[in-house]
Write a protein that binds this ligand. Structure first.
Ligand code: F6P
Length: 531
């Protein structure tokens, strides 16, 4: 599979020229005035998601060049390689196969048509494992849901073993029964090694009615192991004995979970990246919250987006169009961040989830061959639900010195019946997008809004398990495409290693006071912590 870095394509210099001639001074208001079809041209349907890209600083000519860029970079071949299970995570020699986790069982019959027989057999083998584990995990979820003796489920995990399940459980609250008085389960998430988190939960838990899920791909992550050990100590100190009933492990490292003393395990595989893992056993809290069928719907929604990404022409392929815009903004306009504003309070953890997805995947300074890159990669991703953000940082988005593209996520249908709230919420989302673009030219000085501030509007009809699955798969594929254009490996995360190693060195020094070999600042702070 041939990949070409974006700056080494023939079309790159044409894009540079386009930026200088029309891109730099592009005004979205003028573009709308000149093209009555602009909304139709720059909006589209994808499974469960309608997207309006028309308020962005882009025209048909630039998008055509960007689409050529995708072709010249080999994005389609790269995409095929991912779906076929080639080892595109080259620094770890692993497949990147989260799409297989949501591939319905029926697709097995198609596997014989895969490129080579070896790949087809490998895919069929892995797919069979996926469905066996999925069935077992969903049966366990249903068994737990029916178990009146269990009231609380505590997920202990961090990063991809926390953010995805936590985000989805909150997002799908309307489909979950979390009230033990009505036979539901309260779901808790503990991630931080900061003991304040677990310590605040334990007094409210009953040893006989609590299940701990220890979620860790590697089963070595220090935060999770520390919290798991403390949970087990607490459990035993309270007289708990039945570990098989009260602890389950979600991991690729079943041997380590067994060594820890956990026999109830649900596995997954090294070809599932941590930040792409909520479709695997890591999604168990979601299945406990919304049930087996709900979880299958969640997978089906993601699969529908996978099929869109795999088969739609690039020009109407939503993840591709979003990623091309991301690259246009990052590498030509020089925008360094993107803000995400979910106008739905159930999506409150979406920004945190997307932060890991984008920044851990594409926060890379070298290309896939290890060569330093001459251009920027992952933007800073940040955000809060609307309308809260409007009363915090939107000021900067409207009138600050930096341009920050904003991505709205809105949901047409409300799942509450409080009169007036939802129209007001949606009106605010529309108004903010409008204000950012239109600005206010008629006033000078402090009251002047320059406008022409770009935004994208993603709209779901309803926040169902399937729609959430599709929305997240859309974001995954968009990150894949921008990483592909940048020529990087979006599927490793070596950057988190150094801090882990240094923490191991520092921890015993906090007890011993040994500051030898430390820099002045670290030594000074360490001494102060010991004083
Ligand atoms: O932060 C690094 C990281 O490896 C993430 O990629 C991962 O999601 C997280 O730690 C947790 O890892 P694990 O699931 O192995 O405990």
């Amino acid at each position: 599979m041939a990949r070409t870095r974006c700056d080494r394509t023939a079309v790159w210099s044409q894009l540079q020229t386009a930026y200088q001639t029309t891109g730099k001074g592009f005004d979205v208001r003028t573009a709308f005035a000149q093209d009555a079809q602009r909304f139709a041209r720059f909006s589209q349907e994808a499974p469960y998601v309608f997207a309006d890209l028309s308020k962005n600083r882009i025209d048909v000519e630039t998008e055509a060049l960007l689409l050529t860029l995708a072709v010249q970079c080999g994005v389609e071949e790269h995409r095929e390689a991912m779906f076929a299970g080639q080892k595109i995570n080259t620094t770890e020699q692993r497949e990147v196969w989260h799409t297989l986790l949501r591939n319905p069982a029926v697709a097995l019959v198609h596997s014989a048509q895969e490129a080579t027989e070896t790949i087809a057999i490998h895919k069929a083998t892995e797919q069979a494992k996926v469905h066996t584990t999925l069935d077992a995990m969903l049966a366990y979820a249903e068994q737990l849901r029916a178990d009146a003796g269990i009231t609380d489920v505590v997920n202990i995990g961090i990063g991809g073993s926390d953010l995805g399940p936590q985000m989805a459980v909150l997002a799908l609250d309307a489909f979950a029964n979390t009230d033990p008085a009505k036979g539901g389960k309260r779901l808790h998430f503990v991630s931080n090694v900061d003991g304040h988190e677990l310590a605040a939960k334990l007094p409210h838990l009953n040893v006989e009615s609590t299940v701990f899920l220890i979620a860790s791909k590697t089963f070595t992550t220090i935060e999770t192991m520390t919290n798991a050990a403390s949970a087990k100590t607490w459990f035993e100190a309270q007289g708990g004995t039945n570990i098989a009933r009260h602890f389950a492990a979600l991991t690729t490292n079943v041997a380590a979970a067994n060594a820890f003393g956990i026999t109830t395990t649900f596995g997954f595989w090294d070809w599932v990246g941590g930040r792409y893992s909520m479709w695997s056993a890591i999604g168990l809290p979601i299945a406990i919250a919304i049930g087996a069928q709900g979880f299958r719907d969640f997978l089906a929604g993601a699969h529908a987006m996978d099929e869109h990404f795999r088969t739609a022409p690039l020009a109407s392929n939503l993840p591709v169009r979003l990623a091309l815009l991301d690259v246009w903004y990052r590498n030509f306009h020089g925008f360094t961040s993107r803000s995400i504003a979910p106008y739905h309070s159930a999506l409150k953890r979406l920004p945190a989830y997307l932060q890991q997805l984008e920044m851990e995947s594409n926060g890379k300074r070298v290309d896939a061959s290890g060569e330093a890159l001459p251009y920027g990669t992952s933007p800073v991703l940040w955000g809060e639900p609307g309308t809260n953000g409007q009363h915090a940082y939107f000021q900067m988005l409207h009138q600050g010195t930096d341009v920050v593209p904003l991505e709205f996520v809105a949901v047409k249908k409300a799942r509450h019946d409080l009169k007036g709230h939802h129209p007001m919420l949606l009106a605010n989302a529309l108004a903010q997008a409008q204000a950012l673009m239109v600005g206010k030219e008629d006033a000078g000085g402090h009251k002047h809004f320059t406008g022409n501030r770009p935004s994208t509007f993603l709209l779901l009809d309803d926040l169902t398990p399937a729609a959430l699955g599709a929305l997240i798969a859309l974001q995954e594929h968009r990150v894949f495409v921008s990483g592909s254009l940048w020529g990087i490996n979006s599927f490793d995360q070596w950057g988190v290693e150094l801090g882990k190693v240094l923490a191991k060195d520092i921890e015993p020094r906090l007890a011993s006071g040994d500051v030898s070999g430390l820099d002045g600042s670290t030594a000074g702070l360490l001494a102060r912590l010991r004083a």
